[in-house]
Design a protein around this ligand. Structure first.
Ligand SMILES: Cc1cc2nc3c(=O)[nH]c(=O)nc-3n(C[C@H](O)[C@H](O)[C@H](O)COP(=O)(O)O)c2cc1C
Length: 220
């Protein structure tokens, strides 16, 4: 599966089958996570066969069932842009998972922080998690704000690569589907900024990853 297809086909999935993640998929994800951690200084971890983290009232209230695996986004509290980095590298793992045939859901609220089995060294913080596994369904396309409210370049004036990036950004998951980001073009450089909102910094990293992966152009 091509990366652009994975971006298009990814939707949040909250109900999972019991099938464990096969060894070769686990290895592929662990290798990617190790590379992400090396590059970013984060401490992302894939935790498998641990249903406790989503076995809470709040998770059921959030309509999650049978989440047995998750990716924990952990990093140093002192890291500048910790949340944006978690968004960016977490989304890289999400898109890889989609390409492997797995489903995911970003989760910042409806899980148990206390039951999360991630390792946290002194000075590290758990930012949020991503549920991962074989979905009972493929999820559904989210409703998007119109392009004109997310980007100040008119569609007819967009270079093809920029348009591809904007479309991928619009497909990105954001907390409560808030889409509080703004895309502009300064010379040849795409610039994405975050609006105000509880998870807007995590969203910013997610949106930047989608834009870059689809367009091949680095954002500021
Ligand atoms: C940072 C972040 C936090 C999220 N937290 C939750 C959550 O606590 N519970 C939940 O059910 N969904 C959560 N979501 C999923 C969003 O509701 C979902 O991504 C959004 O509605 C868009 O839908 P889509 O992912 O299917 O495109 C979160 C998404 C993001 C990006």
């Amino acid at each position: 599966m091509e990366i652009k297809e994975a971006i298009r086909d990814r939707h949040s999935v909250r109900q999972y089958k019991s099938d464990p993640i096969p060894e070769e998929m686990r290895t592929a994800l662990d290798e990617l996570i190790e590379a992400c951690n090396k590059e970013s200084g984060l401490h992302i971890q894939l935790i498998t066969e641990d249903p406790e983290c989503f076995d809470t009232l709040i998770a059921h209230y959030g309509r999650f069932t049978n989440v047995r695996n998750y990716v924990a986004l952990v990093g140093p509290k002192s890291m500048p842009d910790l949340e944006e980095k978690c968004g960016y590298y977490g989304q890289k793992v999400v898109i890889k998972a989609q390409m492997l045939g797995l489903n995911t859901c970003w989760v910042a609220g409806t899980y148990s922080r206390g039951k999360c089995n991630a390792d946290k060294a002194a000075g590290e913080k758990l930012v949020c998690v991503i549920a991962i596994g074989f979905g009972e369904n493929a999820g559904a396309k989210h409703k998007s704000k119109p392009l004109s409210s997310l980007c100040d370049v008119a569609e007819e004036d967009m270079p093809a690569w920029f348009r591809t990036g904007v479309k991928a950004a619009m497909m990105a998951p954001t907390a409560v589907n808030q889409q509080k980001f703004h895309i502009s073009l300064e010379g040849e450089t795409p610039v994405i900024t975050a609006g105000r909102g509880p998870m807007a910094k995590i969203d910013l990293g997610i949106v930047k990853y989608n834009f870059e992966a689809a367009s091949g152009h680095t954002c500021r």
